[in-house]
Design a protein around this ligand. Structure first.
Ligand code: RIB
Ligand code: CA
Length: 325
């Protein structure tokens, strides 16, 4: 198994990170995972986008995760409330009306940062040291696409973009072929794919190999802190939909795999491939077309992760959640 990462960069140095998300249950787990990992991650900001639920709720939920992690110093910037072009879609049937099924939400004390997420991305990435900032994309890629269109030079500040999205071997989870984040804004994904930034995708191909089990969820519950109780209550509700759709005994925690990849890339494997996204109306809208065997000899614009150590992932996630209150 090739254990190279896209940039082949040793993860020993601290990662300057912006997390863009549409919380969403698995986003919440990813945010807690990241906010607890202070030795490896210097989280510059959280930016939010509409996706699983509408923008005001994804933004509130990001603030909630920040509060549970005791990290109110990290700013939260709200971004795009609609996709670039297509009609908005949501996933309340999966994540609940409030975007975090299984728990009771409240209005977090600390509010949003001043200014829009797209403006924050443009200003921060333009001024950043060359190729110094990593961006984790956990929802539709609208904010980053808008920033790239507005100011293409932001690529100078980007070290790597790590995306939860896409599907090839696994098939789709919102249509037969498309994964939700790509289906929700295919044009945004196309802008990012064509931007030339070092791109890594963690698609359903790998997230569906890292499924919860009773034992794995019980280990998180045994941590018996507030963060772990919230995670367990959310997951127990959230995984039902995938368990039913696929007839499996556990569910994926898609977005948290992106954080595990940043912290411990050696848990994962993949290869550099050419990826395009179908932006045409019809049954293949949002499909990621992955040239896994390099038939087209097209430029390899994505490091496509398709393998991973599931137990290693849950052990790392549990160990980090244990650090929270
Ligand atoms: O298809 C899974 C992805 O779509 C995850 O990021 C989930 O949060 C939803 O946004
Ligand atoms: Ca998400």
């Amino acid at each position: 198994m090739s254990l190279m990462t896209a940039t082949g960069v040793d993860a020993a140095e601290k990662i300057d990170l912006i997390i863009d998300a549409d919380p969403g249950v698995d986003d919440m787990v990813a945010l807690l995972f990241a906010l607890a990992s202070t030795q490896e991650l210097n989280i510059r900001a959280l930016t939010t986008v509409a996706g699983n639920v509408r923008l005001h709720k994804t933004s509130r939920n990001a603030r909630l995760a920040r509060e549970w992690a005791g990290r109110e110093e990290v700013p939260v910037y709200a971004g795009a409330s609609t996709p670039l072009l297509r009609k908005p879609i949501y996933a309340e049937d999966i994540h609940g009306k409030e975007g975090v099924s299984g728990i009771t939400v409240h209005e977090p004390e600390k509010g949003l940062a001043e200014g829009n997420a797209v403006e924050y991305l443009v200003n921060t990435l333009t001024a950043a040291r060359p190729h110094s900032i990593t961006i984790a994309m956990l929802g539709p890629q609208t904010n980053l696409a808008l920033a790239l269109v507005q100011e293409p030079n932001i690529v100078q500040g980007i070290k790597e973009v790590v995306v939860m999205g896409g599907a090839h071997f696994n098939g789709g989870n919102i249509t037969p072929l498309a994964e939700f984040n790509l289906f929700a804004d295919p044009q945004a994904a196309e802008v990012v794919l064509n931007s030339g930034v070092p791109l890594t995708y963690l698609p359903l191909d790998v997230t569906h190999k890292m499924l919860t089990s009773d034992a794995r969820v019980q280990k998180i519950a045994a941590l018996n802190n507030n963060a772990s109780r919230q995670v367990v209550d959310m997951l127990n509700d959230y995984i039902k939909a995938d368990m039913e759709r696929y007839g499996i005994a556990g569910g994926p925690v898609h977005d948290a795999t992106v954080i595990a990849y940043l912290l411990k890339p050696q848990l994962f494997s993949g290869r550099a491939v050419n990826v395009v996204v179908d932006c045409g109306e019809g049954p293949t809208l949002g499909q990621t077309v992955v040239d896994w065997y390099d038939d087209l000899k097209a430029p390899k614009n994505v490091f496509w992760v398709e393998g991973g150590d599931a137990q290693g992932f849950f052990d790392l996630l549990t160990e980090r959640l244990a650090r929270l209150k």
